[in-house]
Write a protein that binds this ligand. Structure first.
Ligand SMILES: Nc1ncnc2c1ncn2[C@@H]1O[C@H](COP(=O)(O)OP(=O)(O)OP(=O)(O)O)[C@@H](O)[C@H]1O
Ligand SMILES: [Mg+2]
Length: 603
């Protein structure tokens, strides 16, 4: 809980004054039945209009105080709860931004979205309700009891029997409800995951005519959520009838015993009316209290899920970096006996494992146990500044995994990666990634204009630079052809440009960063060979000093590189230029001739 104090501090005044204000409501509600009984006992019985008016005015006054207190108390509670969660949401979002690739492999996007929206909403409701009810309900309970005892001690004995009975019933209901709410939340998580995946890939779904399958999947998730919500709600709706039952039983008992006392002349009618009101208040406040307790218990699950993100230690940071101020200056790269395995995904636990419910597909994350196998083994090579190096190899052989180690998207498992002779772990992440520009294999554009997208790499880039680098990436020609030019709006995910256009914009975006090392991970796969050649030519003449690492499937894309790294199943098979490799490397020959046969490479 300590970590939440900074979020309470700015609203401390509201946090304290809110509940206190709510106490004025207690004062009013406890006092008014008493005044009422005085009117009945003294005013009505003696036909004393002046007395009725006087006490009536007092009642009005009490009401006004109640209203003021209630409104202010409500306002303060809302103010503090909304402020508290707003700040928490801001920091939670910032925290997610610090997550490494490996961390993001662990938390599913759907689960993060639920945590940032629904769970925080749940917490906000809870804080608001607690602030309003924390003092009010116990206040009403104690106040009502005292007043009832003062009115008639014997009659109050009935309460001593009813209250424990009611409390026990409510306890049973809550005990059943809590785990059900937990399971409901997990089902919601799974649903969010499903929606997120289907909607972001709706185009793929359509092109495979898989709408029906997706609907089935969704219906299953939706059905699960529906069922679990029903399970939870079915127990909670019991509360009200149970409550009414106890209330009416008590009322009958009170009227029975009280009526006898009135007939015997040992009690006044007004006192009985007041007594019944107090009994109702006491039982109601007991119910409210249990609602607050259930609400808190429910939001505890949300708190736990939010805390999981808050407390998560990103797998990769630069706290221990020895040369934080160092920038990448030249762009040499060296791998020294590097091995790498993807981190085993068993670092976070989802509710499913603790609540004992059956796991749902896509519910956040399934805890793994085994350590992943190495996808790279004993990799060593050196690249000089300004060199152009191609990387070639069968799909799944570890090309992407290899280059991701350079800007530290993942950390090596063994060995070292050096940039400019310095271990990448000794740079600050900021400087390292400023120096290493990478066009990811599955890249994306954001909603905004083309020029905004390109300036992502460098906000202060001049218009001339934007055009110049777009020219190198062979993007200028098609951008200029758009009516709006560089002001053309790109839709979310870059869906309104072609695959090849998107790739070229992504390259231009990386170039604008003016990195010392440029990594292209299969970034021209959707670009035609002629355009690709022009991109490579522009790189060769205009980006002489930049070290270029180009992963490609087509030999033609890397044929002219200074050297080519040939990979197979996590190992380096050979390194050399095209002529050397064609002479001595059988794997290279195999790829080459298979592509020549398909006319993909000019012989
Ligand atoms: N995030 C990940 N978590 C766990 N394993 C992964 C992850 N990404 C890739 N792998 C595994 O690592 C191995 C190497 O994958 P990698 O993406 O490096 O191949 P690649 O050579 O880039 O293939 P492609 O040419 O298809 O892009 C594969 O066996 C893959 O299943
Ligand atoms: Mg790849």
């Amino acid at each position: 809980m300590k970590k939440y104090t900074p979020y309470i501090k700015p609203y401390l005044f509201f946090f304290i004054v809110g509940p206190i204000m709510m106490l004025t409501e207690v004062f009013g509600e406890v006092w008014i039945p008493r005044l009422m009984s005085m009117i009945i006992n003294n005013g009505v019985a003696n036909h004393d209009i002046a007395y009725i008016l006087r006490i009536g005015l007092l009642m009005l006054g009490a009401c006004l105080i109640m209203i003021c207190g209630g409104v202010l108390g409500g306002y303060f509670s809302v103010r503090s709860a909304v402020g508290f969660t707003g700040d928490l949401r801001r920091d939670l979002f910032a925290k997610v931004q610090t997550f490494s690739f490996a961390d993001l492999d662990d938390f599913s996007t759907g689960s993060l979205v639920t945590r940032l929206t629904n769970d925080l909403q749940q917490i906000q409701m809870m804080v608001m309700m607690t602030l309003r009810m924390a003092l009010r309900s116990p206040g009403m309970l104690v106040g009502g009891l005292i007043m009832a005892m003062a009115l008639n001690r014997e009659l109050a004995m009935i309460l001593l029997i009813v209250i424990p009975l009611l409390a026990f019933s409510i306890f049973l209901i809550m005990k059943t409800a809590y785990p059900r709410f937990s399971r409901m939340q997990t089902a919601l998580d799974a649903l969010n995951n499903g929606i997120q995946e289907t909607l972001t890939n709706v185009r793929v779904v359509k092109s495979f005519v898989r709408e029906e399958h997706e609907e089935e999947k969704f219906t299953k998730l939706n059905g699960d959520l529906k069922q679990r919500t029903l399970d939870a709600m079915n127990t909670v709706i019991l509360t009200m009838p149970v409550m009414t039952f106890f209330m009416n039983i008590t009322a009958v008992a009170v009227v029975w015993f009280g009526g006898n006392r009135i007939i015997a002349g040992r009690m006044q009618v007004g006192d009985l009316t007041a007594f019944i009101t107090y009994v109702t208040q006491i039982l109601m406040s007991l119910m409210m209290l249990s609602m607050v307790i259930l609400g808190s218990a429910r939001s505890m699950a949300s708190f736990k899920r939010v805390s999981e993100v808050m407390d998560f230690v990103p797998d990769l940071d630069d706290v221990d970096a020895k040369q934080k101020d160092r920038k990448v200056e030249w762009g040499s790269i060296e791998f020294q006996d590097v091995s790498f395995a993807y981190p085993a995904a068993d670092r976070i636990q989802d509710d499913e494992t603790t609540s004992g419910a059956a796991p749902l597909p896509g519910a956040g994350f399934a805890p793994g146990s085994a350590v992943n196998r190495n996808v790279l083994e004993h990799i060593s090579f050196k690249i000089e500044p300004g060199e152009t190096v191609g990387i070639l190899g069968a799909t799944g052989c570890g090309k992407t995994s290899l280059v991701q180690l350079i800007p530290r998207l993942y950390d090596v498992t063994a060995g070292r990666v050096l940039v400019d002779g310095v271990d990448v772990r000794d740079y600050s992440l900021y400087h390292l990634r400023e120096g290493v520009g990478m066009v990811l294999q599955y890249n994306t554009l954001f909603s905004g204009t083309i020029s905004e997208n390109l300036r992502w790499g460098n906000e202060d880039a001049s218009d001339e630079d934007v055009v110049r680098y777009a020219e190198y990436a062979q993007a200028d020609s098609f951008v200029s052809a758009f009516k709006e030019g560089y002001d053309k709006m790109i839709e979310q995910g870059g869906t309104n440009v072609s695959g090849g256009q998107k790739q070229r914009l992504c390259i231009a975006r990386a170039l604008l960063k003016r990195p010392k090392i440029l990594i292209l991970d299969d970034s021209t796969s959707a670009v035609d060979t002629a355009t690709e050649r022009r991109i490579n030519e522009a790189f060769a003449t205009e980006l002489k000093e930049t070290t270029k690492l180009i992963i490609a499937q087509r030999i033609g894309s890397v044929k002219d590189a200074d050297r080519i790294i040939v990979m197979d199943d996590g190992h380096i098979v050979d390194i050399g230029n095209h002529e050397e490799l064609i002479r001595r490397c059988s794997e290279y020959q195999e790829i080459y001739y298979s592509q020549v046969e398909r006319n993909e490479v000019a012989v």
